[in-house]
Ligand binder design. Structure first.
Ligand SMILES: Cc1ncc(COP(=O)(O)O)c(C=O)c1O
Length: 449
């Protein structure tokens, strides 16, 4: 037996015995053992290479193993591996400065967390303390993380097993022109009706009880939901009129994903609090945070903020952030993401939709796209029902298997494939990915009604 086969068996055996995996029935899964990764690819122990069209969980914005970021982490480890969060330290100060300089408006102070859900938890805590109000409003089509407040804010089915019904959350419908909850006939009508619905919900909940409205700038996990023009500005206006804190969750879409440093720039809006994580370090070391407006920072100028984390602003993570932001700036990764969307992914995916009747809609921007797969193009019936599993999900499972067989690692969600490769993916790899997709869409076409 060769050494790769031995290594594979060792990794798999210990994984099966001792690793408890996220979101899974432990005995029903068979995780792929990954042996290594570089750029837009990772590979297993059996010689299979995968073009990663999911950027891990939409976070390897500069691809795997960028040598400059790996070196910066090693250098920081050699110098100072850790220091308590209460101290001022060069690399943390620098990471905060680089992030604050890129966030919109006066979001100039950074509270560091370990990841995205903690950023959401702390943003909500800040909003409640700042306003003295208890409730938070979020969209049904949303994902905000898996800690208690964050998963209760989440609209999608992952909330169902965690719903406390006491988290002070009120859900509403955001705009989604393709499957309009408002029976709208155009984007403009969808926007107008979605804003009226939000305003009505605020009024009937009692604005004096609402601390914050939280939105993903572009809904990520719920399906790359790009807001219609005017929607985010309209939400900003509703928040201002009622004294409600506006939180944008940019955990998935920050740091180049939509072709801007932060997605809010696409619509020229500034929230009061902005949550980030994932792309800030390309996931090389976990880091998240909240960028805070001057008005909210002022609330805690002379009153202690009742929240903190042992590893807030961990120096290895901050070194990774400084290096990642440096690489993105030097190599023009944000601009590349915008160009890749406009010139390669957008046109390429639309061309696939022309050829494959099971593609109901293509939407996205930058390196962040979704194909809505349908059983019937006329009725737009999804290829599989909402929250499908087992036999009901067979068409999507077959599609996923075909993509992997072709050498592409997909991000499948419900009846959609999300296309989210590294923001610096090469033109050749985009073309290769589109070709693999083209072949595999024959599977979904064959499952149409
Ligand atoms: C928009 C959004 N918010 C929050 C989170 C939670 O982040 P984490 O898993 O790092 O806690 C995610 C994760 O995918 C996300 O997409």
């Amino acid at each position: 037996m060769n050494s790769d086969a031995d290594a594979l068996r060792t990794v798999k055996d210990a994984d099966r015995k001792h690793v408890f995996h996220s979101w899974s029935a432990q005995e029903l899964i068979d995780p792929l053992a990954v042996a290594g990764a570089e750029g837009s690819y990772f590979w297993d122990y059996e010689g299979n290479r995968y073009l990663d069209f999911s950027s891990a969980l939409v976070y390897t914005n500069i691809g795997y193993q960028h040598p400059k970021v790996a070196a910066a982490i090693a250098e920081q480890a050699g110098k100072l591996c850790t220091v308590a969060p209460g101290f001022a330290v060069d690399v943390r100060s620098e990471a905060a400065r680089l992030i604050a300089e890129r966030t919109p408006g006066d979001l100039d102070k950074i509270f560091f967390t370990n990841a995205g859900a903690e950023a959401v938890e702390n943003a909500v805590r800040m909003a409640r303390l700042h306003t003295g109000r208890p409730k938070v409003m979020s969209a049904y089509r949303s994902y905000h993380g898996a800690t208690t407040t964050a998963i209760n804010l989440t609209g999608d089915a992952r909330r169902f097993g965690n719903d406390t019904a006491t988290a002070g959350v009120v859900h509403f419908w955001g705009p989604f022109p393709y499957r309009s909850p408002f029976y709208a006939g155009s984007e403009a009508e969808e926007c107008e009706r979605a804003l009226r619905h939000l305003e009505d919900t605020v009024v009937f909940e009692g604005p004096q009880s609402i601390a914050a409205i939280i939105l993903e700038t572009v809904g990520g996990a719920p399906g790359v939901l790009v807001p219609p023009a005017g929607y985010l500005a309209g939400v900003r206006e509703i928040c201002d009129r009622h004294g409600i804190v506006f939180i944008l969750d940019e955990v998935m879409v920050g740091f180049g994903r939509t072709g801007k440093w932060f997605a809010a720039e696409n619509w020229d809006v500034t929230p009061d609090l902005l949550c980030f994580a994932k792309g800030v370090t390309s996931g090389y070391v976990p880091l998240g945070g909240v960028a805070i407006s001057s008005a909210i920072a002022e609330t805690f100028a002379r009153r202690p903020y009742p929240g903190g984390l042992t590893y807030s602003g961990h120096v290895l993570a901050c070194a990774a952030a400084v290096a990642t932001i440096g690489v993105m700036a030097e190599e023009g990764v944000v601009e590349q993401s915008a160009r890749t969307g406009a010139e390669l992914l957008g046109p390429g995916l639309r061309a696939l939709a022309e050829r494959h009747p099971s593609v109901g809609e293509v939407r996205g921007l930058g390196t962040f796209w979704a194909l809505e797969l349908v059983r019937d193009a006329g009725t737009r019936e999804p290829l599989v029902p909402y929250n499908a599993s087992g036999a009901e999900n067979a068409p999507m499972a077959a599609f996923g298997a075909a993509l992997k067989k072709g050498g592409l690692w997909p991000l499948l969600a419900g009846n959609r494939i999300h296309v989210a490769p590294p923001c610096n993916i090469s033109a050749e790899d985009v073309a290769k990915g589109l070709e693999i997709l083209d072949g595999a869409l024959a599977v979904t076409d064959a499952h149409m009604a």
